[in-house]
Design a protein around this ligand. Structure first.
Ligand code: AMP
Ligand code: MG
Length: 284
């Protein structure tokens, strides 16, 4: 199985990461079976994560429109105890948020130890949509902006921020759902033609589609500059939804395994207490 992990050496090239699954993709049925099994495992790992109380997990999702962020989040996490995870969607920052630095609103929504936090869009919008549309930057009340340096500075801030979180017990994993331009067109048309999907379509989405190459360039550089051992990016082929969801679930389970949270070991006192409790209950 390919891991789809983006290298840590800054040499990532979008051209090496296809939007289609690799050859020999299992059947849809097999993928769905595997997904169900992975979702089960993920729930068990979350249970341990909660009991262990040392680690948090942060899963970041970024993609072009219609790549399948929402449905992937739904399918991969819907089997996990709802008390164990929280999803945050980051849209355009509010006036108040714009009065803070760009990581402030992120910091307020990080998962605590024992929990999985899921970001549907994230601080990465600050080097993606904001880079492609500099008018967003103009609205950020920044003291001085040097367009030649600002993106490198933001990458540095993001790397440092994520490394800080990792050192303090948050395992970070980042997914770029890599959809092709052709497949996006198909999904947009579907959104227009199917009444129950109409609500998902906004004409403005086509403006971003029109800037496809600029977005690809921005994604390539962002992933090069921020895929690191402590916060790896995975470029997941997104043209095939069953494959994409299973690949994401697999990476989530692998991440939990690597973290290997443990149920706390009981001390002698606690074991004595359990025995006392048992005796009392048996006497009732
Ligand atoms: P959606 O995810 O379709 O609900 O749309 C959310 C929109 O908010 C997208 O168009 C994002 O690009 C935009 N967005 C998210 N974060 C930022 C940001 N930091 N600055 C500007 N736009 C953003
Ligand atoms: Mg949208």
């Amino acid at each position: 199985m390919t891991s789809h992990r983006v290298p840590f050496d800054g040499r990532f090239s979008i051209r090496d990461f296809p939007t289609d699954p690799p050859d020999g993709r299992p059947s849809k049925k097999e993928l769905e079976q595997e997904l169900a099994d992975l979702v089960d495992q993920l729930d068990k790992w979350q249970h341990r994560l909660f009991a262990d109380e040392r680690f948090a997990v942060l899963a970041v999702f970024q993609a072009m429109d219609a790549a399948g962020k929402d449905s992937t989040i739904r399918k991969v996490f819907s089997g996990v105890n709802p008390a164990g995870f929280r999803v945050h969607a980051f849209g355009r920052p509010s006036e108040l948020e714009l009065r803070h630095d760009f990581l402030a609103r992120i910091g307020q929504r990080l998962p605590e130890r024992g929990k999985i936090g899921i970001f549907n869009r994230s601080h990465y919008e600050e080097v993606l949509v904001v880079r492609v549309h500099p008018q967003f930057l103009a609205a950020q009340h920044l003291p001085d902006v040097d367009l030649k340096r600002i993106w490198a500075e933001r990458f540095e801030s993001i790397r440092n921020f994520e490394q800080h979180l990792a050192r303090n017990g948050t395992a970070i994993v980042k997914f770029w759902l890599n959809v092709s331009r052709k497949e996006q067109k198909k999904r947009f048309i579907d959104r227009i033609e199917k009444e129950d999907k109409n609500w998902k379509f906004r004409l403005g989405d086509l403006d971003d589609r029109g800037r496809w190459d600029d977005y690809q360039a921005a994604y390539q550089e962002a992933l090069r500059e921020t895929s690191r051992e402590w916060a790896p990016w995975y470029a997941i082929p997104a043209d095939d939804k069953p494959y994409m969801r299973t690949a994401v679930a697999r990476v989530m389970v692998e991440t939990m395994k690597r973290l290997d949270p443990q149920f706390p070991k009981l001390g002698a006192d606690q074991r004595r207490e359990l025995q006392k409790g048992l005796r009392r209950l048996q006497k009732e």
